[in-house]
Design a protein around this ligand. Structure first.
Ligand code: ZN
Length: 267
């Protein structure tokens, strides 16, 4: 985590005039930023009603806190999840991509594909790393320093298509299959965080990032040996055990201690 931005929280909002802005969530204040926080995040104003002020409400609507050029995902990064699907733990990170067109923000709808196309769509709660600087062939140190912050993600997966295709692009790539948010936290030590999923209030996944096979820094080092990571790129770091199906009308909540709750409903 970069020293320059330690302990800050960022989000993105759509304002009443339709414009979309990065914001910094300060105590009782919401600062409007002129650019993305990882590009400098110059303060350019303040919201009249702070985003988290329940009493006064805010005209601003939260959207996904980042617009990555690419979303990298690491599969089977928790031993218990690999075995629940009958898979071996990989010897090196198993990489795949999700398209940026799959991103939705908090409180937006996950849209299930037509049943003729897929009849089994699962939730996967994941901690998502946001990259803060350009990284190519990063050393372990550069990888650590390249983490801007972390947010929450749900790696929504059409499990039947993932199995049928033998590769992940279609099963992981539907529009709305990548809820992100609600905010980016820059201070957290990601080594030991509780990750949970609730569906309609019932706990489905309950794990800890301490169970991850490959660390965030190692994943960044590994990925940047293949492709350049750009500021704002996002890495989904794998899901703990307990994945399960989503049905129309469900409300899915991903929670990671210290960051918050990412809530979406299923349409
Ligand atoms: Zn996943």
């Amino acid at each position: 985590v970069s020293d320059a931005v330690e302990g800050r929280r960022y989000a993105r909002v759509r304002l009443a005039d339709g414009s979309v802005r990065y914001v910094e969530l300060a105590p009782k204040r919401t600062m409007l930023l002129g650019d993305a926080p990882w590009l400098g995040g110059t303060v350019a104003g303040e919201l009249a009603s702070p985003l988290d002020d329940q009493a006064r409400g805010s005209a601003a609507q939260r959207v996904a806190p980042v617009t990555p050029a690419k979303i990298l995902c690491v599969g089977r990064n928790y031993r218990a999840h690999a075995s629940e699907l009958g898979n071996e733990v990989p010897a090196e990170p198993l990489l795949f991509l999700k398209p940026s067109s799959a991103i939705i923000g908090p409180d937006q709808a996950i849209e299930l594909p037509p049943r003729a196309l897929s009849s089994r769509v699962d939730h996967e709660a994941e901690i998502a790393v946001v990259i803060g600087r350009r990284l190519r062939r990063a050393t372990a140190d550069e990888a650590r320093q390249g983490i801007f912050g972390v947010t929450l993600a749900c790696d929504v997966t059409a499990r039947d298509l993932q199995k049928k295709d033998g590769q992940f692009t279609r099963g992981k790539g539907f529009d709305t299959f990548c809820p992100l948010g609600p905010c980016i936290e820059t201070e957290l030590d990601v080594a030991n965080l509780r990750v949970t999923t609730r569906v309609n209030g019932e706990t489905r996944q309950d794990g800890s990032t301490s169970q991850m096979i490959f660390s965030c820094a190692f994943m960044i080092e590994f990925i940047s040996a293949v492709m350049t990571l750009l500021p704002g790129d996002v890495i989904l770091t794998g899901t703990p055990a307990g994945v399960g199906p989503l049905n129309p009308g469900d409300v899915v909540e991903v929670e990671i201690e210290g960051i918050g709750v990412l809530r979406n409903h299923v349409a």
